[in-house]
Design a protein around this ligand. Structure first.
Ligand code: 4AD
Ligand code: MG
Length: 445
């Protein structure tokens, strides 16, 4: 009889229907009477049952292994009382054909990545193309897409225009030490560290703008939250004050979380990856100078990188920051960083010129996921800032023009998508939040 072709997330198929399904053997269990396959097609899972007797008469018995791809025909039935199977159904196979055999050496690889295993392991990363077939890795990648869409939908609601700035640039944004340099038709050029400067030039014609693009950092540190290539959600808002920026960031994150929880599929993925996830409450606001005091007041004090108590002007390094977020255990707006710690373009505080109108969002388990600020909007002050940074103003003429032709109080931020995902999906490292992570020492697969 005729068969309807279905994808495995199609839950509307009536029992008794004869269907045709394509997929790969995710799990295999051969019993005396029956062979059970958990089929995976990238959309869902389906239990398929074949009589073991028929199978062993054929050559196929030898190529039935994890990851063998096949097409199967059969009747969809409800699982018997007491038995369990995905979506409570099973396919009683009456015909099948192997499309691509697989040697039976994969078991370990595809099932190994779980929340409990150390995903730093080089072999796991070498086998990333196979590890991706595992349930957890696939769930992270699917959730990642929902998160990206939730950002896009939120920005649409807020009437931001999406733009696509260049990745090949001749200006630095976040300091020279992490620039990837390359030869651009004989001229020196870089892979962009951030699209911020370009976003700043687009608000005059488009109003508030955002982009979701790759940023590149030649990070020399091997930490669980640093990548060489990452996805950067960045936005720039015109005619705002620092307080507006903070409120916008908090509102945006709340919207994204709401959307993930409101959608049945993404909520289920999140539940699988991080069963105890809850929407965070209001962000705690903490001034940089108060954070310094807070670190020193802990028992025992949380020390700086040199092993001394923190003093004003110290960078709050990753370890200290992580301790802080873990103890406070809620999102933190850490704001008002000293100017010398931050990028050249940041607006100074009107009352205290030592500090900037800058903010980081810190999340439990990850630390910094957002960095943002108001931007210096005075022409002369910016020229002075280039000088202080030791960079030539020439390649920045277009950026300087933002201050020349109708300058405005404006600001924005960048959010690392992998870090956001590491927070939400409780990943130990941002490396499992990428399809193929790039960091120092790894450029494959
Ligand atoms: O704090 P950052 O360096 O700020 C900027 O690049 C600004 N120009 C953004 C802006 O205002 N438009 O980076 C912003 C965020 C960080 O908070 C972090 O989440 C992420 O980008 N990020 C990284 N993620 C992974 N690997 C790295 N090496 C990252 N560097 C920054
Ligand atoms: Mg930062």
């Amino acid at each position: 009889p005729a068969a309807v072709r279905i994808k495995l997330n199609n839950k509307k198929v009536e029992f008794g229907t004869r269907v045709k399904v394509f997929g790969r053997i995710h799990r295999l269990r051969v019993q005396k009477q029956a062979t059970f396959i958990t089929l995976r097609d990238g959309y869902g899972f389906l239990q398929c049952i074949l009589p073991t007797g028929d199978l062993t008469k054929t050559y196929d018995a030898h190529v039935f292994a994890q990851e063998t791809s096949l097409v199967l025909y059969g009747e969809m039935k409800k699982v018997p009382e007491g038995a369990e199977a995905p979506d409570g159904r099973e396919l009683h196979v009456d015909y099948y054909k192997v499309l691509g055999a697989a040697p039976s050496d994969l078991e370990a690889v595809t099932n190994k990545v779980s929340r409990d295993q150390d995903p730093w392991e080089a072999s796991m990363l070498d086998s990333r193309h196979l590890v991706l077939r595992g349930e957890n890795a696939a769930a992270v990648m699917k959730l990642r897409q929902y998160v990206e869409l939730a950002f896009i939908d939120s920005y649409r609601e807020l009437d931001f225009t999406k733009v696509s700035p260049p990745a090949m640039v001749q200006t630095q944004v976040e300091g020279g030490s992490t620039l990837f340099k390359y030869d651009y038709y004989g001229e020196e050029a870089y892979l962009t560290q951030s699209s911020q400067l370009y976003l700043e030039t687009a608000i005059q014609s488009l109003g508030n703008v955002y982009c979701i693009e790759k940023s590149f950092r030649a990070e020399r540190s091997l930490t669980r939250r640093h990548l060489s290539e990452y996805t950067h959600v960045e936005a720039e808002l015109d005619f705002i004050e620092f307080e507006d920026l903070l409120q916008h960031i908090e509102d945006l994150i709340a919207r994204v979380v709401d959307k993930i929880l409101a959608n049945e599929t993404s909520a289920a993925l999140l539940k699988l990856l991080n069963p105890t996830f809850e929407k965070p409450g209001p962000f705690l606001r903490m001034k940089y100078s108060d954070a310094i005091d807070w670190l020193n007041k802990q028992e025992p004090p949380i020390l700086n990188e040199e092993g001394n108590p923190h003093v004003f002007g110290d960078d709050i390094a990753e370890a200290a920051e992580r301790r802080m977020t873990d103890i406070i255990n809620r999102p933190i707006f850490l704001y008002g960083f000293p100017a010398e710690l931050k990028a050249f373009y940041m607006q100074k505080d009107k009352e205290d010129r030592r500090i900037t109108e800058s903010v980081d969002v810190l999340m439990p388990g990850v630390g910094e996921i957002v960095g943002g600020s108001m931007r210096m909007d005075d022409h002369e002050e910016l020229l002075g800032a280039y000088k202080k940074e030791g960079i030539s103003a020439d390649p920045y003429y277009w950026y300087t023009d933002v201050r020349k032709y109708g300058s405005s109080p404006h600001g924005g931020y960048g959010l690392g998508l992998e870090r956001f995902l590491a927070w939400m999906a409780k990943q130990h490292t941002v490396r499992t939040a990428c399809l193929y992570p790039r960091f120092m020492g790894r450029c494959k697969p």
